[in-house]
Write a protein that binds this ligand. Structure first.
Ligand code: COD
Ligand code: ZN
Ligand code: ZN
Length: 376
């Protein structure tokens, strides 16, 4: 491409400090170095982790920074040694890398790559430099991928080529939110056909867990939220019952235990509070019940768990990005999307031009959007 090897000037949304709105400005994006790829972002979703950074509750982020970790685009140019993509390819980027070489990538049971943010802070690219500058100042990267920029530079192991027929404005949500909830049911819980599931929290990730439970053949899918406006969509996506904890005097775990006899087979916590995590654990049956924690409680908080809940066999486990090894999984998920095996489009309630990014964050904070997608 004509821009290959050159610095590109484009728009990006810069987070200058915690608590400040993002500021859309012109930046310079340097060409990719070895094993890096420069991508023209076409669409990006606004996800909670970006908001957590702006609230100052996501650890180890240096400012100023370009956020965004759910995006899809087209390869503009590649650095030396890149073999998996070429200019013109459609790609989805992901904030949980898949290097294919570390001990966890080589372990078939894990997707937590050691190139992940919690092992190796990702405010710069692997060679410890940034490709972004604005007004002469270096701008930091975020979880390697910084999708809130028209052009971004990422390590090769944070993207995957997808089918050229994929609509990028729709499949961008496979980069985080959809895959997190859907995979939690399929990979982490390994929901069995005929089973009973309970999903706590019906935001984009919780609704994706509903879709995953349905795809896995669950017979009963009980959806729980304090906002009953969420129930219609949950039913459309596969929930068989919807309940509001505020409609009951007794604790929700007791309600669920009575509804199911001995508790559900699988519960999913997709809110991120201590109380709902304890309720989700206590809602699953005492022998084989599995509680999957998707939501993250505020940094530094602890959750008191009665060990007796675990004694007879209940399990509690966490999941990051739904347990998918993203490099392998993303092309296959896109194929399933194109074959209409799931309808992630229903998560996208708002589509906005990139310049309205702060409006997208407002919709998220007010609970008015499931997912907003920004188009460049
Ligand atoms: N009981 C029942 N429902 C509740 C309660 C409660 N006490 N409190 C809130 N809710 C409902 C809300 O009404 C809302 O419908 C839902 O819970 C939460 O939805 P959203 O839209 O705020 O959230 P999601 O689905 O987009 O994301 C939820 C996460 C839990 C994934 C997120 O907040 C989080 O913790 N992210 C970090 C961890 C992670 O895996 N992230 C991946 C995505 S970035
Ligand atoms: Zn996310
Ligand atoms: Zn790895």
């Amino acid at each position: 491409m004509a821009t290959s090897g050159k610095v590109i000037r484009c728009r990006a949304a810069i987070a200058w400090a915690v608590g400040k709105p993002l500021s859309v400005e012109e930046i310079e994006v340097a060409p990719p170095k070895a094993r890096e790829v420069r991508v023209k972002i076409v669409a990006t979703g606004i996800c909670h982790t970006d908001e957590h950074v702006l609230e100052g509750i996501f650890p180890d982020v240096e400012f100023p920074v370009i956020l965004g970790h759910e995006g899809a685009g087209i390869v503009e140019s590649i650095g030396e040694g890149v073999t998996s993509v070429k200019p013109g390819d459609k790609v989805i980027l992901f904030g949980l890398p898949h290097c294919g070489e570390c001990s966890f990538c080589l372990n078939p049971d894990s997707n937590y790559c050691l190139k992940s943010h919690f092992s190796e802070p990702q405010n710069l690219l692997p060679d410890k430099t940034s490709r972004f500058t604005c007004k002469g100042k270096q701008i930091h990267h975020f979880v390697w991928i910084s999708t809130f920029s028209e052009y971004t530079v990422v390590p090769e192991y944070t993207l995957a080529k997808v089918d050229a027929a994929a609509p990028l404005d729709k499949v961008c949500v496979l980069g985080c939110g959809f895959s997190t909830g859907y995979g939690a049911a399929i990979n982490t819980a390994k929901v069995k056909p005929g089973s009973t599931c309970a999903i706590f929290g019906l935001g984009g990730v919780g609704l994706s867990a509903v879709m995953g439970c349905k795809a896995a053949g669950a017979a009963r899918i009980i959806a729980i939220d304090i906002n009953q406006d969420k129930f219609a969509k949950a039913k459309q996506l596969g929930a068989t019952e919807c309940i509001n904890p505020r409609d009951f005097k007794k604790p929700i775990q007791q309600v669920l235990t009575e509804m199911t006899g001995h508790g559900v087979d699988y519960s999913f916590e997709v809110i991120g509070t201590a109380d709902t995590l304890i309720a989700a654990l206590a809602s699953c049956n005492m022998n084989t019940g599995v509680c999957v924690m998707i939501g993250v409680t505020p940094a530094g908080s602890t959750v008191p768990i009665d060990p007796f809940l675990l004694l007879s066999g209940r399990t509690i486990k966490g999941t990051l990005l739904g347990g998918w090894k993203m490099g392998d999984a993303i092309p296959k998920l896109v194929t399933s999307y194109l074959q209409k095996k799931f309808n992630s489009d229903l998560l996208i309630t708002h589509t906005l031009p990139f310049a309205k990014i702060n409006e997208g964050f407002e919709l998220l904070r007010a609970g008015k959007s499931i997912r907003s997608v920004l188009l460049y």
